[in-house]
Design a protein around this ligand. Structure first.
Ligand code: SAH
Length: 227
């Protein structure tokens, strides 16, 4: 039953990928990206009372006003990063930890920042329980980034940003890719793919309209590390 629902989610992601190909330029996602979705149980990342909806292609509330993103959007953003097994990626907005887990199947190490301390603690504990040893979660502000482990091959921002800080952009490797919903919160944003060429110059391209919870500005205590 659970497996059927997961297979149904994968089919839905495929169908949506084809339907949006005229906007995204990709009619299917890389096989290894789809395999990651097969391996990560989304059921573990949603609140127990919503477990029946875990494999539906929609965002779900995870508490404290935050959401776990829609599977198709997670797949699209992951595919846009073009992750490779020798790479390190920075995620801004750990939330439930689901996107981090997907990425951890695909790259060497995932560093993930979450501004709400309790969400960071819970996600780190869950990811450890599921056996992930290549994800580090820290309470911190994505606008500052995580300079200690920079530069990153990829940066993925899973909250709506009105701007990108120079500090964060500095943490992207030349040749690296950054995916971000850019625009005002509480409306639709532009999902942008930003590529840094080897000369350090940025090239950006709009992919799709999306709707994300806002990226917050306040720096909560950024000194706690988990995992
Ligand atoms: N990637 C998540 C979904 C993220 S929802 C998942 O797979 O479940 C967006 C998350 O970004 C929320 O948890 C929110 O608290 C966090 N966030 C918002 N502003 C932030 C900031 N400035 N720095 C780090 N995290 C932030």
């Amino acid at each position: 039953m659970k497996v059927d629902r997961l297979e149904e989610m994968l089919r839905t992601i495929d169908v949506e990928a084809r339907a949006t190909a005229f906007l995204t330029g990709r009619s299917s996602f890389a096989p290894r990206v789809m395999e990651a979705f097969e391996q990560v149980p989304r059921t573990a990342f949603v609140p127990p009372e919503l477990i029946d909806y875990a494999y539906e292609n929609r965002p779900l509330p995870i508490g404290r006003g935050q959401t776990i993103s829609q599977p198709y959007i997670v797949a699209l953003m992951t595919d846009l990063l073009e992750p490779r097994s020798n790479q390190t990626v920075l995620e801004v907005g750990t939330g439930s930890g689901y996107q981090a887990a997907i990425l951890a199947q695909l790259v060497q190490h995932v560093y993930s920042l979450e501004i709400i301390p309790l969400l960071a603690v819970e996600a780190a504990a869950l990811l450890a329980r599921l056996g992930y040893s290549n994800i580090s979660v820290k309470t911190g502000n994505g606008h500052i980034g995580w300079p200690e482990h920079a530069p990153y091959d990829g940066i993925i921002i899973t909250a709506a940003a009105t701007n990108l800080s120079p500090a964060l952009l500095d943490q992207l490797k030349p040749g690296g890719r950054l995916v971000v919903p850019l625009g005002r919160p509480h409306m639709t944003q532009d999902l942008m793919l930003i590529e840094k060429d080897i000369g350090g110059k940025l090239h950006s391209r709009k992919i799709l309209d999306v709707a994300f919870v806002p990226m917050m500005d306040e720096d909560h205590d950024s000194s706690i590390t988990h995992g």
